[in-house]
Ligand binder design. Structure first.
Ligand code: ASP
Ligand code: MG
Length: 339
């Protein structure tokens, strides 16, 4: 993996690519194998299953079901175990980090159980901690290997607001200004960024929606003016159809932003549907690659794809029924069919 000098390269690793110490070490290995960049920006998901477990903890606590405590203990243990294998020089910092993080989360969950309720603010804060921890581990691992790297908690930079039409939306201006200020203080050429999380303008923790780290990857690629974004996942890239339904589905080496949008729109689960918008607007090619098979070239989504294969994909939405309603009573009476 080599790139033209002075390029800014962005990466995103999903939950399966961050699942345990072995996978995190492998992600670090892929990052260290890359050369010839001025900045390498890496956005990560939580370790696989962490977000689900955090959500469960919050729900259980708010119902005064005390089983959240052992669930939390297991979760913290999993992260400490990963720290044990990944870190040498900075092992004791990680102990302090997970002590503080665990204690703070325990206090919040305890408060939820006293209140017997789950306010949105608390729920979003709890959900996003998995990314804080996984990014910490990858960053600390690089530091332990003697690398220079900075850790960016996206809640310090990325500002979102609620939009009536889109759900949540990015405040690009505020986020770009925050990143500029942050970058003035943090100049390492490798940056590890938490996916999935952001803040609102008042500084309250927000999340970008389930599987939102792809979107984070694209947002940070745009904020850092990256030359390309690689999304590391557990499949070889885009396939022409869902292989569970169509065994002869083929790997698609390249497709256009528009084609990728169409596929996302019609339900193909390649990427979080909103992740194309930032890279498309900034014209950043996006490559989907398999972290379990890095020798595979993956699929590139860009402005200028090849024309082969002519049909890039077939996708399906399942469990749908088509209902035909007819009758003279429908004519000229708006709203009847809907009723
Ligand atoms: N960890 C978050 C989730 O499980 C975000 C992501 O992995 O993309 O939804
Ligand atoms: Mg994902």
């Amino acid at each position: 993996m080599s790139a033209p000098v002075s390029s800014i390269l962005a990466h995103k690793f999903g939950g399966t690519s961050m699942a345990d110490a072995t996978r995190i070490a492998h992600a670090a290995h892929l990052l260290l194998a890359e050369t010839g960049f001025t900045a390498q920006v890496t956005v990560v998901s939580a370790m696989k299953g962490t977000t689900d477990a955090l959500i469960r903890c919050a729900q259980l606590a708010s119902k005064q079901d005390a089983s959240w405590q052992s669930l939390l203990d297991d979760l913290l243990k999993r992260h400490r175990d990963a720290a044990d294998s990944l870190l040498t020089t900075n092992r004791s910092d990680a102990d302090d980090f997970f002590d503080t993080e665990g204690e703070r989360l325990r206090e919040v969950l305890h408060a939820l159980s006293l209140l017997k309720s789950l306010p949105d603010t608390a729920f979003e804060w709890v959900q996003g901690l998995g990314e804080v921890w996984s990014a910490y581990l990858l960053h600390a691992h690089l530091v332990s290997l003697g690398e220079q790297a900075d850790y960016l908690d996206a809640r310090k930079v990325l500002v979102v607001h609620d939009d009536n039409h889109l759900g949540i939306d990015i405040d690009w201006q505020a986020s770009a200004a925050n990143l500029k200020a942050w970058r003035a203080q943090h100049q390492a050429n490798r940056v590890i960024v938490t996916g999935f999380i952001a803040s609102d303008i008042e500084g309250k923790a927000r999340v970008l929606g389930r599987n939102g780290s792809d979107w984070s990857g694209a947002i940070f690629a745009k904020l850092f003016s990256a030359d390309e974004l690689t999304i590391w996942t557990d499949v070889d890239g885009v396939l022409s159809a869902d292989p569970r339904l169509v065994p002869e589905a083929e790997w698609v080496p390249s497709l256009s932003f528009e084609e990728a949008c169409e596929l996302a729109y019609f339900g193909a689960q390649v990427l979080h549907p909103r992740s194309l918008q930032p890279v498309m607007s900034a014209n950043i090619p996006l490559r989907i690659r398999n972290s379990f098979k890095p020798e595979h070239p993956g699929s590139v989504i860009s402005k200028t794809p090849s024309t082969q294969p002519p049909v890039k994909g077939v996708s399906a939405i399942t469990d749908l029924a088509l209902v035909t309603i007819e009758g003279t009573g429908l004519m000229g009476v708006p709203g009847t069919a809907e009723r």
